[in-house]
Design a protein around this ligand. Structure first.
Ligand SMILES: C[S@@+](CC[C@H](N)C(=O)[O-])C[C@H]1O[C@@H](n2cnc3c(N)ncnc32)[C@H](O)[C@@H]1O
Length: 321
């Protein structure tokens, strides 16, 4: 990657920090960023963008100070922006696609988060290019947007208004590295992210989500269901494991996916296909009250992305602390 394409954007309390990470970039503090590799750039970005959210008034500015302004905000839309008109946008890090539609669980969450009674930020974790974050901003929410892939977080800034930018904080890196204050969020949405986690991380995620939410705050989790995009062999095995009462019946490998889809995509080696029972169990284990959990249809998707019964396409959870 050339240095000219590496930009990082962070927004906190209306202050804009545009980070252009190159060997020659001069920080506002006079310090030079060192290193030319993507890895060192990402680490510097994550460190400098990371801060804790303790309600609107305690969002702290980044510790290393703003780095020189690098790119005007009215930059032309990128190729990625253009793809947002499609049903899906492929992720840059080959972790599936962004879904460019609000399904029934995500719509519920956006309604909840957009209510004028919310006083704290809401987090969109594993946000990809921020389709859901954008909807949350349009509804007036203050949003913390996080994704493993820093490149995903760059695009949204070109699609939102200056006023919305003031309500957006972008933090690249793993959700497990976020340093957020206990009880600091009114909501967390994790759309089709936890399906990439090993089971130990699924538990870690529910623990953290509970900790970060304020009392009464809501968690929304959506995932692809075991009945969609998997081989019949996997589904038979999954049913057998469910009948035998296995604790984690939905563990997948890339071999579990349909052969034709395997050719077209690269996904992490293992993952997890959730069902409502497992989502409920994991939410209740850490203390959540489950508001709603079910399989649900995604009629906006083409047939190849639907389940055979047209109902169990996806699985969702809304839970309250
Ligand atoms: C299938 S995409 C879903 C994107 C979007 N939430 C949606 O529903 O359309 C999964 C996203 O989760 C992100 N992701 C995976 N593991 C993550 C982690 N540990 N921390 C933060 N993001 C993660 C990936 O980078 C990817 O962008």
């Amino acid at each position: 990657m050339t240095s000219a394409t590496v930009y990082r954007n962070c927004f906190a309390l209306g202050k804009q920090y545009l980070h252009r990470l190159t060997v020659t970039e001069q920080c506002a503090s006079g310090r030079r960023l060192s290193g030319t590799s993507r890895q060192s750039s990402n680490r510097a970005t994550t460190e400098s963008c990371r801060h804790s959210l303790g309600g609107l008034n305690s969002i702290r500015s980044i510790s290393s100070g703003p780095i020189a302004m690098a790119k005007p905000l009215d930059a032309q839309p990128t190729a990625i922006s253009a793809e947002h008109t499609g049903i899906f946008t492929p992720t840059l890090n080959k972790m599936g696609w962004q879904q460019n539609s609000l399904d029934e669980y995500l719509s519920d969450f956006v309604d909840y988060a957009g209510s004028p009674s919310r006083t704290r930020p809401v987090a969109d974790v594993g946000a990809a290019f921020g389709f859901v974050s954008q909807k949350l901003l349009e509804r007036g929410a203050t949003v913390l947007m996080n994704d493993l892939e820093p490149g995903h977080l760059e695009d949204i800034v070109r699609r939102i208004s200056p006023e919305e930018r003031e309500r957006l904080t972008c933090i690249p890196g793993s959700v497990f590295d976020l340093k957020l204050e206990e009880g600091s969020l009114d909501g967390i949405v994790a759309a089709r992210m936890t399906q990439f986690f090993p089971v130990a991380d699924i538990r870690r995620f529910f623990d953290l989500a509970y900790k970060w939410l304020a009392q009464g705050g809501r968690l929304c989790v959506t995932n692809t269901s075991p009945w969609r995009g998997t081989t019949e062999a996997f589904q038979r095995e999954y049913e057998r494991k469910c009948q035998q009462g296995e604790e984690w019946p939905g563990i997948t490998t890339t071999d579990s996916l349909d052969q034709n889809r395997q050719k077209r995509i690269t996904l992490p080696q293992t993952g997890y296909r959730f069902d409502p029972a497992v989502l409920r169990r994991e939410a209740e284990r850490v203390g959540f009250r489950v508001v709603r959990t079910s399989f649900y249809p995604t009629p906006f998707l083409p047939d190849e992305f639907r389940s055979a019964d047209g109902i169990r396409d996806a699985v969702g959870l809304i839970a309250e602390k």
